[in-house]
Design a binder for this molecule. Structure first.
Ligand SMILES: [Zn+2]
Length: 308
């Protein structure tokens, strides 16, 4: 039996999960969280994660650790390139090196949406499928592709950014710098603005009560995502599309609009070929996915017949 720790670094909380793998059996033994205290900057946040790793390793020895991070990093050096939603001087910060020196453990990094996708495809809604595409709707809109239980990274090692497809060439400016990405049109802020509410949750409540503006906001988000998923289908042909994240709590209200647009845009295959489903795992999916990444980095096969 081998134990792995996954840490999900978020703007508000650091979530973590410990998994035990014994052949084709996997067991989740710990799921918890601490506050990030992000405003105190990179050294402080790194110190909190290092302290957490040492504490867990002292209680139950772990083979390896992976950290799911909210942004882009250098896969070779483990330096952070961009954390758009965390304060402080993270650019070029030697995150992996500092964690390794402080803990003497093997440390891997993974993008947080990719960690979510790895967890959902291995243990959640995508279980048993070989080709999986995920979208994570929230403040930003993340994505990921999994093939045969492995995150598809591509030549840049950053493949899977489904929401940075340009679907409206003259559309709004996106956080990534270009115009008309799916993210700029379907983020929490975009939905709230169109619905005339402060949050997407409020938009959802109003839409359920029949508010036309709120329904139109979800219809619009569903349309753009449906176009994006039709494109993903043309290139990647996943067996299943998994939609997760805070905004996806709206369930069929947004999923039905996505499905309708996907069907409208596709003329090559029967509509029954597309499965667009909600994510199944809890909000610890990112931490669980990071733990799976740590296991994969240590050469473990992520194929399980027993999940507890
Ligand atoms: Zn973009």
């Amino acid at each position: 039996m081998k134990r792995f720790l996954g840490v999900d670094l978020g703007g508000t909380n650091i979530k973590y999960a410990v998994i035990e793998i014994d052949g084709t059996s996997i067991k989740e033994v710990v799921k918890d969280q601490i506050s990030t205290e992000a405003k105190n900057g990179p050294d402080h946040v790194t110190d909190r994660i290092a302290t957490l790793i040492k504490k867990i390793d002292g209680e139950m020895p772990i083979v390896g650790v992976a950290v799911a991070v909210p942004g882009i990093f250098n896969h070779d050096t483990g330096e952070i390139l961009l954390f758009p939603n965390l304060p402080g001087a993270w650019e070029n910060y030697p995150f992996t090196k500092k964690l390794r020196e402080a803990t003497r453990k093997s440390i891997a990094l993974i993008n947080d949406a990719r960690a979510f996708c790895l967890a959902e495809s291995t243990l959640g809604a995508g279980r048993g499928h070989r080709y999986v595409a995920c979208i994570v709707m929230g403040t930003g809109v993340g994505g990921g592709l999994v093939i045969d239980g492995k995150v598809h990274e591509g030549a840049t090692r950053g493949a899977g950014e489904i929401a940075h497809q340009v679907v409206a060439p003259d559309g709004p400016v996106c956080g990534c710098g270009t115009r008309g990405c799916v993210e700029a049109l379907t983020s929490s802020a975009a939905i709230s603005e169109m619905a005339g509410t402060n949050t997407p949750e409020e938009a959802y409540e109003r839409a359920k009560a029949g508010d036309e503006n709120a329904i139109a906001a979800f219809r619009s988000a569903g349309k753009w995502l449906g176009i994006a998923l039709a494109n993903v289908n043309a290139v990647f042909s996943p067996e299943i599309f998994i939609v997760g994240g805070g905004v996806a709590q709206a369930g069929d209200l947004v999923l039905d609009f996505i499905r309708a647009e996907l069907h409208e845009r596709n003329h090559l295959w029967p509509n029954s070929a597309f499965k667009v489903v909600p994510a199944q795992l809890s909000f610890f999916a990112g931490a669980t996915g990071a733990a799976l990444k740590a296991a994969a980095a240590a050469g473990t096969q992520l194929s399980f017949t027993s999940i507890t």
